[in-house]
Design a protein around this ligand. Structure first.
Ligand code: T46
Length: 134
C-alpha cells in the first residue's frame, strides 16, 4: 500500500517550549487550501467512513491520540497518531475511519482542496469497485 505515509515533523524545543512549523510545498507536498481540526470527540466516536476522489491530506493529532484505519481497497492497516510530531499523509482514493480518540484529543488536518461534498465517496462498495476499475 503506497497511498499513505507516516513521517516525523521537525520540532524546535527549548527549556520552556516546543513548536513545529509546516510550510506548504515544502514540508507538505501540496499547496494548503484548507485547515480544520476535529475535537470534542466522545470515546465512542468513530468518524470518517469515506474516501476522496481528489483530496490529499495530512493528519496530525496535535493533542492526545487517535487511531486511523486505512483501506486501499485490497489491504487495511491501522495507524496510531499519538504525538504532535507524527504526521500521516493520505493520498486520494483511500478509505479512512478514525476512532479511539483519547480525552481532549485534537486532530489537525491540512487539506489540498477546499471543502467539496462532491469529492466524497461515502459508499464502501462503490469505493472498492472504483479502485478495482482504476
Ligand atoms: C477526513 C477526516 C480526517 C465542512 O463543512 N467543511 C469541512 O472542511 C469539513 C472537514 C467538514 N464540513 C462539514 C461536513 C459535515 O456536515 O462538517 C460535517 C462533518 O464532516 P465529515 O462527516 O466529513 O467529517 P469526518 O470527521 O468524518 O471527516 C473529516 C473530513 O471530512 C475528511 O476529509 O479525512 O476528517
Amino acid at each position: 500500500m503506497e497511498k499513505y505515509k507516516v513521517f516525523s515533523l521537525k520540532k524546535q524545543a527549548g527549556s520552556d517550549y516546543s513548536d513545529i512549523a509546516l510550510e506548504g510545498m515544502k514540508d507538505v507536498p501540496f499547496d494548503i487550501k484548507r485547515v480544520y481540526y476535529v475535537f470534542d470527540t466522545s470515546p465512542k466516536a468513530r468518524r470518517g467512513y469515506h474516501a476522496h476522489n481528489n483530496l490529499k491530506q495530512i493528519l496530525i493529532c496535535v493533542y492526545g491520540s487517535c487511531v486511523i484505519h486505512l483501506d486501499d481497497g485490497t489491504e487495511c492497516t491501522e495507524i496510531e497518531l499519538n504525538s504532535p510530531d507524527k504526521a500521516l499523509y493520505l493520498d486520494n482514493m483511500i478509505w479512512r475511519e478514525m476512532y479511539n480518540f483519547s480525552e481532549g484529543a485534537v486532530l489537525l488536518v491540512l487539506a489540498s482542496e477546499l471543502y467539496d461534498e462532491q469529492d466524497y465517496i461515502r459508499d464502501y462498495q462503490q469505493f472498492v469497485s472504483m479502485v478495482l476499475n482504476e
